[in-house]
Write a protein that binds this ligand. Structure first.
Ligand code: F3S
Length: 696
């Protein structure tokens, strides 16, 4: 016969925590609890011998210390106790507390509450009580034991669904799917605790491999009953026993492989008793060498499981009790024994997984299964988490931390999350470097020769690699988020060097390839003036610099490109020519506006009078600007009625004069103008002989 233990069984962290608080409180005085502290009659008896006494009627006992049980109580009980003068120690499991808080949130949101569970269980009474305490009279609370009861609920508009912490997860989701279709505004919170689901899964796994399952635990324990139900559900004979004497030979008859699991409130000493009883059973039925072998199996399995649990929760071993020991001896043993074992399991540098039991603005208290809760200060969290502790962490969440010190001066283990996270971050960053992945991070400070960025850890970006060009004041970068490549990632030397320039170059290359692929003559593109020369401007049209020649800038004569452009200007340009082989692009600016000569004939009708500006003078007349890009000539003979010896005698550059349009020829780009024709004609005898008009 072989005996195997489920991988997860027995005390959960919530029960351990409750018992620990009870043992501590009972050191100097009797402690009372509202009903049983946990759901295991044998352990309750043992606790009673230690001075932890369950009562139902608070008024019947002189108030001293009242411990709230792991499954919690309704708020009215607490109010009653406080009114009677009890000093309360809240030993409610943090996960039950979390469910109660969610019920209070549901009440505040105006929703109705549906809880999946047993309506007579104290945990459910506590959760419902918390809801009703805060809810308005129109809000309702329901407890459903199964899908049929959920189906039978009437029409509801807004519902929050919770679960008793010890329910079976599969059943919870069946109910949630059902309600989801019935309720328009539906929210669910899976409040089934991981310790429960782990034990259920482990029991199920084991049940599939054995001939008989023994489930050890209190008959009133909800999670023990669920284990029994689960094991039975796959057709394996399963028996619930509260302790060893309840194991009957007929339960094991014909079984070759027996599986053992235990509820979350079953102490180790009862499990051990059962294992010993199993060994004795084998002695009766098996030959000597078999017994030795099987005993060895059992002991090895027990030791292996104990090690696993120690690693997970640093689990205690509850002391064995003896009929002959008196209460004082029991107390000494209890105080000396079970939770000291856990402290011995902790050592600086070890990783432990625990559950958050309190969230403060600057630290977390974490149940790591040790004698005292561990302290995780904000300084031992990564910056992002330290800045948002309340939002990021919640009571009941599992968390893996590193033990920095077994005890601080107050006796609490000191923990760090940052060191674990940083190790993970180093791993992730090394992988990103190997895969040449781009990383983003804000610049948090400047140092000599560069800037510091936060990429989970602090990294250094040399000044020359912080941007594309030289930056005079690195402080400009502070607060900005850079995209970077990791150049060096050396965890041993704690060295992280990054380059933003590498990303900018990579982006430019990609952009350039894309631009070349799509470039075609006649396109109008947006560009940025990068560089001015005497003969034109180089314009970036997307990773490619095209030349905008000075002659293509305007329809009028541009002397210097800087007359109309400056570096950094964003302009629209037309692609005039593309030479992919020599990678040359010519651009035009003037093509994007109407050529003024194409409309000059319509715009400046013959005989119309217009204002023009004298641009320069010549022996034969004056050149005037009609509009930018359109120049005309006023022949010397058309300057005045009287004979003009020198053009400058009548007009000079810069003068604004009125002229009459004599003719417009867009083909040859000539406009002949007359100033004389706008002036009053002198009398005939004064009038000199007019020269013939000679348009330029
Ligand atoms: Fe708490 Fe889960 Fe145990 S709710 S008391 S940790 S079974």
């Amino acid at each position: 016969m072989r005996v195997s233990k489920a991988q997860n069984l027995g005390f959960c962290f919530g029960v351990k925590r409750t018992l620990q608080l009870a043992f501590e409180a009972a050191q100097n005085q009797k402690v009372y609890t509202i009903g049983p502290l946990i759901n295991n009659p044998q352990e309750i008896n043992r606790l009673q011998a230690l001075g932890v006494i369950p009562i139902d009627n608070l008024a019947a006992v002189t108030p001293t210390v009242l411990l709230l049980p792991s499954h919690g109580v309704a708020p009215n009980k607490i109010i009653e106790a406080e009114g009677l003068g009890w000093r309360i120690i809240n030993a409610t499991c943090p996960l039950v507390q979390k469910a109660q808080n969610l019920a209070a949130d549901a009440a505040a949101s105006g929703a109705d509450l549906v809880v999946f569970g047993d309506k007579n269980h104290p945990e459910i009474k506590g959760v419902i009580g918390r809801f009703l305490n805060d809810a308005k009279p129109v809000q309702k609370a329901f407890v459903v034991a199964d899908a049929a009861e959920a189906e039978a609920l009437g029409q509801l508009k807004k519902v929050v669904l919770l679960s008793q912490t010890t329910q079976i997860e599969k059943d919870f989701y069946i109910i949630s799917r059902l309600l989801e279709h019935k309720v328009s505004d539906f929210t669910l919170h899976n409040t089934i605790c991981k310790a429960t689901s782990d034990r259920q899964q482990a029991a199920l796994n084991l049940a599939k491999q054995v001939d008989v399952m023994l489930v050890i635990g209190g008959k009133s324990s909800a999670n023990t009953q669920k284990l029994l139900k689960l094991c039975g559900s796959i057709g394996v004979p399963a028996f619930l026993v509260e302790h060893a004497v309840e194991i009957l030979p007929e339960m094991l008859a014909g079984a070759e492989h027996i599986g053992i699991t235990a509820g979350a409130s079953t102490p180790d000493w009862i499990i051990k008793e059962v294992l010993e009883k199993m060994s004795e059973e084998q002695k009766v039925n098996l030959v000597e060498e078999e017994i030795v072998k099987e005993e060895t199996n059992i002991v090895e399995e027990a030791a292996e499981t104990a090690n696993q649990e120690a690693a997970e929760f640093a689990a205690p071993e509850v002391p064995e009790t003896s009929e002959t020991e008196d209460g004082v001896n029991l107390m000494e043993e209890a105080l000396a024994d079970p939770y000291d074992i856990e402290i011995k399991q902790l050592h600086a540098g070890s990783r432990v997984t625990g559950v958050i039991v309190q969230v403060k603005p600057d630290e977390l208290l974490i149940d790591i299964g040790a004698k005292s809760e561990g302290v995780l200060p904000s300084s031992e969290m990564i910056a992002e988490e330290a800045a948002h502790i309340i939002e990021k962490f919640h009571v009941g969440d599992e968390i893996t931390v590193l033990v920095v010190r077994r005890e601080n001066k107050e006796g609490y283990p000191m923990l760090s999350k940052k060191r674990i996270d940083q190790e993970l971050i180093w791993d992730k960053l090394a992988e990103m470097r190997d895969n040449n992945v781009t990383i983003e991070g804000p610049v948090v400070d400047t140092v000599r020769g560069g800037v510091l960025v936060d990429v989970g850890i602090r990294g250094f970006v040399p000044a020359a690699l912080a941007g594309n060009g030289y930056v005079e004041d690195l402080k400009e970068f502070v607060g900005k988020t850079l995209k970077m490549k990791i150049l060096e990632c050396d965890r041993g030397r704690h060295k992280m060097v990054l380059s933003a320039k590498a990303v900018l170059r990579e982006e430019a290359r990609a952009k350039r390839t894309e631009t070349w692929a799509n470039l075609a003559e006649g396109q109008t593109l947006k560009g940025v003036v990068r560089r001015l020369t005497n003969f034109g401007a180089f314009v970036d049209i997307g990773g490619v610099d095209g030349l905008l020649h000075v002659s293509e800038m305007a329809w009028y004569r541009v002397n210097r490109p800087s007359d109309i452009l400056k570096e950094g200007d964003e302009i629209d340009v037309m692609v005039l020519g593309v030479d992919k082989e020599s990678e040359k692009v010519s651009l035009g600016l003037k093509q994007l506006v109407v050529n003024p000569w194409s409309v000059a004939a319509e715009k400046y009708a013959t005989d119309s009078i217009i204002e023009v500006k004298v641009m320069r003078t010549a022996g034969f007349g004056a050149f005037v600007e009609v509009e930018p890009g359109v120049e005309g000539l006023v022949h010397i003979s058309q300057l005045a009625w009287e004979r003009v010896a020198k053009t400058e005698d009548v007009v000079k550059p810069g003068d604004i004069i009125e002229v009459k349009v004599l003719s417009v020829d867009p083909e040859t780009k000539r406009i002949s103008l007359s100033r004389k024709a706008t002036l009053e004609s002198p009398t005939a005898q004064d009038m000199p002989e007019a020269d013939e008009v000679d348009p330029a």
